[in-house]
Design a protein around this ligand. Structure first.
Ligand code: MN
Length: 324
């Protein structure tokens, strides 16, 4: 998906600190804010927020649906570019066709990883197939590439089956990195984890964590109790670092998304669909995309339709850290 939201700065909401019993461990609720993508698609943006911009290398989290798309065209994101990041597309329901400028053309569904490494530069489109399932429900995530790897050659990976483990009403699927001994085949460029956590009704489990990682849990489907704090559908709870486990409970069946990683210490400039290190770099990306420069290539079969980069803001773009 694409960041089509040009007016985000004025509508950002701060995180809410959740009181913790005995004051042990950070708990910060990120309630998300509604963003309109294009003309009809509404998503909830969990990252970046005013106060917290990243969780590990995870720099962007949009959650959408479940939406009934039986009488609409569903997802329609025309070709747009990316630099310096990976897109991680995860569906709970529905189907999306991904096409990109390195020749990929893949339809993916729930439980499958669509991982695009933009590196030096790529363009892609994401569309619901003409005949698509009734519901569309998922998350669009970006991972920032560390400086040493951000110019890597662009490539796309589709992993139709992913590893995971099951215990006590918890079924995990590991999208990125490792969890509980299961390791995703997706290429990662920094120490991180992304995992889908399905909780059965009445589940009450302790999930193993890495104390050096910071974490957040998104209630992607249904609601749950995470570290004794309620997390409603579509909101995300930031857990900080220093935890060896986290307790997960659900009264009704729920789907959570666990995101974590080593705190990302590099300063980034993130604007529109680009991640760079300076305002000058971002301006060059935008200029080259709008000039149809070969840096980003061409998405075959997209009928020339493409999303132009908007005008740069009047204020100079500044690099920012993981927290404000
Ligand atoms: Mn995109």
């Amino acid at each position: 998906m694409s960041d089509l939201d040009r007016f985000s700065a004025s509508r950002q909401v701060p995180a809410v600190s959740v009181p913790t019993v005995g004051g042990k461990g950070v708990l910060e609720l990120l309630p998300g804010r509604e963003v309109l993508l294009g003309e009809s698609t509404r998503v909830r943006r969990l990252l970046p927020t005013l106060g917290r911009r990243m969780v590990g290398a995870w720099a962007f989290v949009d959650h959408y649906g479940p939406d009934d798309v039986s009488t609409t065209t569903g997802m329609q994101v025309a070709p747009h570019p990316h630099t310096g990041l990976q897109t991680v597309s995860w569906l709970l329901e529905g189907e999306v066709r991904h096409r990109d400028s390195v020749g990929s053309d893949v339809v993916f569904g729930p439980g499958q990883l669509a991982l695009m490494t933009a590196g030096h530069g790529i363009a892609h489109s994401e569309m619901s197939p003409a005949a698509h399932p009734r519901l569309l429900h998922g998350a669009q995530l970006w991972v920032a590439l560390p400086d040493a790897h951000r110019e890597v050659a662009p490539h796309f990976e589709h992993h139709a089956t992913l590893p995971g483990f099951t215990s006590d009403g918890l079924t995990t699927t590991v999208l990125m990195g490792s969890l509980g001994g299961a390791t995703s085949p997706g290429t990662a460029y920094s120490p991180l984890v992304g995992a889908d956590l399905k909780l059965a009704a009445g589940a009450d489990v302790e999930l193993p964590l890495e104390p050096d990682f910071e974490y957040a849990v998104l209630a992607a489907g249904g609601s749950a109790t995470v570290a004794d704090a309620p997390v409603e559908h579509g909101s995300m709870l930031y857990l900080g670092t220093g935890r060896r486990t986290v307790r997960l409970r659900a009264e009704e069946a729920a789907s959570l998304l666990l995101l974590g990683g080593e705190p990302f210490e590099e300063q980034l400039v993130m604007w529109w669909n680009f991640i760079g290190r300076s305002g000058e770099e971002i301006a060059e990306y935008a200029e080259r995309w709008n000039a149809q420069d070969e840096r980003f290539g061409v998405v075959e079969g997209s009928d020339g339709d493409r999303l132009p980069a908007p005008a740069l803001p009047a204020m100079p773009l500044r690099s920012r850290g993981r927290v404000r």
